[in-house]
Design a protein around this ligand. Structure first.
Ligand code: HEC
Length: 130
């Protein structure tokens, strides 16, 4: 009897918690994007003066030309020649499939295929890089 009651209690907690969690994710794309960014964190920092890692520091990203965001970083010739300015649309294309948007880029990690998760990631980048 005790076991059954414990399961019922756990069930109630899980069922009560998940719609609330889903709501938080939908209502707060920046928080969702921050979780998506965990996959990028091994290579990128976002804060002003942050160090370059395997990838460049991304502070001041929006409105800058591709391959110019972190002055000291050794960019690929392909990204430097890309010529586009980073905004929601250019970032979305690059992050969805970097080597397709910029053949020859050194970055091969893709952001999630789900456009909503990429949009959340871009919202987070916007808030965390300026
Ligand atoms: C394994 C390391 C690695 C991971 C993981 C990675 N990147 Fe990169 N990223 C790079 C490298 C290297 C470059 C520079 C590419 C080049 O020079 O062609 C780059 C370039 C970029 C640029 C262009 C910066 C500029 O100065 O123009 C953006 C934006 C970017 N990455 C975002 C992301 C995001 C968002 C993620 C997570 C989905 C991510 N990266 C994951 C290594 C990485």
């Amino acid at each position: 009897m005790k076991t059954v009651a414990a399961f019922a209690l756990v069930g109630a907690i899980v069922m009560g918690a998940s719609p609330a969690l889903a709501q938080t994710q939908a209502a707060d794309p920046v928080a969702q994007g921050q979780r998506v960014f965990l996959a990028c964190k091994t290579c990128h920092t976002l804060e002003a003066g942050g160090k370059d890692g395997a990838g460049p520091n991304l502070n001041g990203l929006f409105g800058k030309k591709a391959g110019t965001v972190s002055k000291g970083f050794n960019y690929s010739p392909a990204l430097k020649a890309y010529g586009k300015v980073w905004d929601d649309a250019t970032l979305d294309a690059y992050l969805a499939n970097p080597t397709k948007a910029v053949p020859g880029t050194k970055m091969v990690t893709r952001a999630p295929a789900d456009p909503a998760r990429r949009a959340a990631l871009i919202q987070y980048l916007k808030s965390a890089t300026r």
